[in-house]
Design a protein around this ligand. Structure first.
Ligand code: GLN
Length: 199
């Protein structure tokens, strides 16, 4: 089974570890560069993107993260994790950095002003069956994407799921629902990448 890390600096790490295990991956927390080097793919959880950014710099893992994402390691970011994967944030807090990897501009707390937290059915390209239950918690949306970024889902006319190559991001939190189809999609991406690398 593929070994998938969850960036464990801050946020809902435990929920992702459980969801990944349910989707047949070997899941483990990642804090240090040595731990990052040992995983086939990485999830960046929801939480607070400013805090995750600052801790990543403090723990010396920001540059290694950028290097691995640029090197094609599969990565999946939820909510704050989506913000971390954006090449550009519309409204960064001071000192806030991202890992980047997806050619998109993200607006933080975009849904938050109308409604701090809500659930909505979301149809995701690549996920078969019923729409997933989208849990949005002070969620960002994607303001715009570059030519290489594929839009996988929208809610209320706003982009809420994207993929560029091996990088996947959602505004919402599938790890909180008990429905592991989005995690399975990501585990499949990691498996496909491992196969490609071994050819
Ligand atoms: N609003 C948070 C941020 O800007 C994200 C919220 C979440 O991950 N649930 O990082």
């Amino acid at each position: 089974a593929p070994v998938i890390g969850v960036l464990a600096l801050q946020g809902d790490v435990r929920e992702h570890l459980i969801a990944l295990a349910a989707a047949d991956a070997v899941a483990r927390p990642v804090r240090r560069p040595e731990e990052l080097a040992e995983v086939d793919g990485l999830v960046i959880p929801g939480g607070e993107s400013t805090t995750i950014s600052k801790l990543a710099v403090l723990f010396g893992v920001m540059e290694p993260l950028r290097a691995r994402v640029q090197g094609g390691m599969p990565v999946y970011g939820t909510c704050a994790g989506m913000i971390m994967l954006a090449d550009k944030i519309l409204d960064p807090r001071s000192g806030q950095e991202t890992i980047g990897g997806i050619d998109m501009i993200v607006r933080r707390n975009a849904f938050g002003r109308q409604n701090e937290s809500f659930e909505a059915a979301v149809d995701i390209k690549g996920v078969d069956g019923d729409p997933v239950e989208g849990v949005f918690i002070r969620a960002p949306w994607v303001e715009s994407v570059g030519a290489e970024t594929e839009v996988l889902a929208e809610h209320d006319g706003h982009i809420v799921a994207v993929r560029q190559g091996n990088a996947l991001a959602t505004s919402f939190h599938p790890e909180l629902t008990g429905d592991h189809r989005v995690h399975s999609l990501f585990v499949d991406m990691v498996r496909a990448n491992r196969t490609a690398e071994s050819l």
